[in-house]
Design a protein around this ligand. Sequence first.
Ligand code: CP3
Length: 357
Amino acid sequence: AVGGTVADLKPVSLAEPLLLKAVRGDDVDRPPVWLMRQAGRYMKSYQMICEKHPSFRERSENVDLVVEISLQPWKVFKPDGVILFSDILTPLSGMNIPFDIVKGKGPVIFDPLRTDADVDKVREFDPRESVPYVGEALTILRKEVNNEAAVLGFVGAPFTLASYVVEGGSSKHFSKIKRLAFSQPKVLHALLQKFTTSMAKYIQYQADNGAQAVQIFDSWATELSPVDFEEFSLPYLKQIVYTVKQTHPDLPLILYASGSGGLLERLPLTGVDVVSLDWTVDMAEGRRRLGSNVAVQGNIDPGVLFGSKEFITGRINDTVRKAGRGKHILNLGHGIVVGTPEENVAHFFEVAKGIRY
Ligand code: CP3
């Protein structure tokens, strides 16, 4: 048994995915579990699709492939959340920002944005027109998964998206976006506002088409010092949450910011329902620092899945115990790593789904 009740536990209602109940604070008998990046390169079945369809954009923009890839981990591991196979950059072409995801190199933005004029050319996103395959795929996933798990959508947070389009791709020092932030903040704010409006619309679109919860990835916000987070990320996250809650008050929103240990107390200020912790934070301490209003997700080191089965079991039990009963989604602290043995992933899910508080 696990101690430490964190919220008033309400009676269980059936016919609803465990993940949604847990987020709301219902009295669930185990934490729901899924893995960030659970569809992808560590799976042989995904690698086989990559051989036939070498373009990431094709794999992530063709309805049949998106559905097939999203369902691959579902069929094998039966996680409690089935995340759409897509990318945080997928909306960019619909915003007039051409990009590709290149094998071995990662995201590439062909014409990085640096000036006022560049930002002016960014179009506001119309999901129905630009990414109809996302809505279609979510609708099919909802039918296939049939409330046995929650179908999860996701978007990139404004600062993280801005960092890609200003840097031109992945970055080590974030010098270009920081140059913009600290020498022409107005230009960056204009760009962040466009992403904010667009991503709020995109979340609403995903929910209208079948997503039962949506995760916001602010993967690079933690490159910012706390004062800069308060200027360049927090207000936009708040605005997204506020806008979405106007139309979808019951849609759970999950916020993930890797390396966010220094920002934890600020993250619930966004208004999200769940904060996803990375593994550099102790789960029990993270829980205390976040307060009891938000649920927590996480936070096992993805590297643990390279350990022995006994080791993996130990870390699952440790994390669940530290998180306490209820309002916890068991997950990794970041995406699953390429090369992770599939049998260890199977073991992870078996142990996780066998837990009883
Ligand atoms: O969780 C899931 O299974 C859904 C799929 C998903 C992808 N990207 C597929 C993908 C999700 C949730 C993302 C989000 C994403 N994309 C983030 C936020 C999460 C995080 O890791 O912090 C970020 C920063 C990106 C941008 C991006 N896309 C990067 C850095 C890369 C890796 C480049 C590389 O070659 O390693 C991508 C490509 C990408 N997106 C892959 C996958 C499975 C790998 C390329 C491939 O499979 O061909």
